[in-house]
Design a protein around this ligand. Structure first.
Ligand code: SF4
Ligand code: SF4
Length: 72
């Protein structure tokens, strides 16, 4: 049986722009977009460690399972 994959999701309604999630990302996958004052996410750098999810105080950053149809 294959493992379910997790992907990040973000709900802007709950985001306080504290940027705690970017501070926790050791891969540079989540950074601050200073021009727009929001988050920038590079999926190519993300290792899905979940540190940003655990760092988020509001639940704005969360993990969800990818649909099985997205699996290779
Ligand atoms: S899951 Fe890990 S690598 Fe991916 S954005 Fe969050 S902290 Fe960075
Ligand atoms: S830690 Fe949560 S509330 Fe703070 S910037 Fe990241 S997503 Fe938004």
């Amino acid at each position: 049986m294959s493992k379910r994959k997790i992907r990040l999701a973000w709900n802007s309604d709950y985001c306080r722009h504290c940027f705690g999630c970017t501070a926790m990302c050791q891969r540079g996958a989540l950074t601050v977009d200073h021009e727009y004052g929001t988050l920038r996410y590079d999926i190519r750098l993300c290792i899905r460690c979940g540190s940003c999810v655990r760092a988020c105080p509001t639940g704005a950053m969360y993990a969800e399972e990818e649909p099985l149809s997205d699996h290779p």
